[in-house]
Design a protein around this ligand. Structure first.
Ligand code: RIB
Length: 294
């Protein structure tokens, strides 16, 4: 079984700051680094480091070759990557001394996905394979629709949340993976249990994972009429940089499901992987190898 991750690739321009810049303020940064990132790329690296067989589909633009090389170095199949003349998707990230971040995203090449590229990438895959998606590329509703027709299992992390998500038919997903802010944006409820109830009423076959930051995470896995609920505590660590913690969780969680691990084990490993990632700087660079979790 394989997983196709159709997702973004960003060059992250990371600035260490004493505090996030305020309106009208100019501040000097302590350091500036350029790192491989993008929710798509990060999740592919996490899946691969967790042991999954991963293909990454997406668009490399000008200046983006280090992102392709990062995927290759980590054993990710890049046959479905397309090259475009657009500027590479990138971000400007402020990281404060508490390890929190503040991100400006420029879509660039990530918004150059075409229906032909989607069809070609899905042709490589088989019924029962997984598809993982985030929301930093265009054509998400089309990708979901075509993959569902093919009988793939689809996991969507609708981050960052915007109007494109409202056009995706959530009935066609196996898993929805959200943080508590996205859960509220999608359901109007700040309470995770109420958010799940609303999602379950509208999409009865959908399994849902909500990550809750320092409060851990909770998953409702749907198998027929039966719902299995698992709550996982967060693991307390000294945070250096929280960028890509959610992506690390997602990659390890899906890899666990692909490996038929019990839900509890999937969540525990994902929580450990995310905890390790926040103790290190950068996005993809911070994602641990599976033996570090073990
Ligand atoms: O989730 C973290 C990622 O979000 C960063 O790597 C950045 O590229 C943004 O897409």
């Amino acid at each position: 079984m394989r997983v196709l991750n159709f997702g973004s690739l960003n060059l992250d321009y990371v600035y260490a700051v004493d505090h996030f810049v305020q309106p009208g303020e100019t501040i000097a940064s302590r350091s500036r680094t350029v790192k491989c990132g993008g929710k798509g790329l990060n999740q592919s690296i996490a899946l691969a480091r967790a042991g999954a067989a991963v293909l990454h589909a997406g668009c490399i633009g000008s200046g983006g070759e280090p992102l392709r090389e990062m995927l290759i170095r980590n054993g990710v199949d890049v046959a479905a990557l397309k090259t475009t003349g657009e500027m590479q998707g990138h971000t400007v990230i402020q990281v404060n001394p508490e390890g929190e971040n503040s991100i400006i995203l420029f879509g660039g090449s990530n918004l150059c996905v075409t229906e032909k590229q989607v069809d070609d990438a899905l042709n490589i895959m088989s019924e029962g394979d997984w598809l993982v998606l985030q929301n930093e590329i265009n054509l998400l509703p089309y990708i979901v629709h075509q993959a569902n027709k093919k009988g793939m299992r689809i996991a969507l992390n609708p981050s960052p949340f915007n109007d494109q998500i409202k056009k995706v038919d959530l009935n066609q997903l196996s898993w929805l993976l959200v943080n508590e802010v996205e859960a509220e944006q999608m359901t109007g409820s700040a309470n995770p249990d109420t958010a799940w109830e609303k999602l379950h009423t509208d999409y009865p076959a959908l399994s849902v994972l909500i990550t809750l930051g320092s409060k851990g995470s909770v998953a409702w896995m749907q198998e027929g009429d039966q719902t299995t609920v698992i709550r996982q505590e967060a693991i307390s660590v000294r945070a250096v940089d929280t960028t890509a913690a959610g992506d690390t969780f997602t990659g390890y969680f899906i890899a666990g499901l692909m490996n038929h691990m019990p839900l509890e084990k999937c969540m525990e490993r994902a929580a450990k992987a995310a905890a390790i990632s926040v103790t290190r700087p950068g996005a993809a660079d911070s994602i641990p190898q599976a033996d570090e979790i073990d």
